[in-house]
Design a protein around this ligand. Sequence first.
Ligand code: ATP
Length: 195
Amino acid sequence: MKKHLLVGVTGIIGSGKTTVCKIFESLNTPVFYADQEAKKILSDNPNVKEQIIKWFGKSSYIGNELNRKHIAAIAFNQPQKLQLLNGLIHPLVEQKFTDWALLQSTTYVVKEAALLFESKSFLSLDAVIAVQSNESQSIERTVKRDQISVKQVRDRMKNQFTQTQKIALSDFVINNEAGELLLPQVLHLHHFFSI
Ligand code: ATP
């Protein structure tokens, strides 16, 4: 069976992971967006829904959509519930990624995930790229993109490793600070992984 190189892309909230992955896609590299897949599983998988309602109550869904505010409020005060939730979702996302990767025909594929290290899913990858950005700029970009407050972004960041930790655990770094060009950095890695 042909083995693809499995490459992860991670970084703090708003660092530019998706922006970098869109460039990989423009080079015909398939990208698996783990956070989007997790969202799909949360809204589409009936067993998951049943379990979440059991743990977080009936207000966990508004129609088919996960009530993120409700879940976040409970998870903020009871971190063990956040662990339960992650323990339920991460193996399902992993399975989807494995199945998806087998269908690709390129020399390497990319998996984008904010919690690559926190979820331990980096263990099944061959290499990890951290997208680095100035923290206050990442927050500012996220505030603008999602129309939320600085405090809301900082609260989300509290559940994640810091940029320094993510970089220390990564094999490669793409610098997405103001004034840096992304395309040459992505091209360099693309050639490296394509050999
Ligand atoms: P999240 O963790 O929230 O999913 P992310 O790490 O995927 O975020 P992006 O969505 O790629 O980050 O970028 C955050 C915002 O900053 C987006 O609106 C994006 O267009 C913008 N952005 C990213 N990189 C740059 C850049 N080099 N110059 C200008 N804007 C940028």
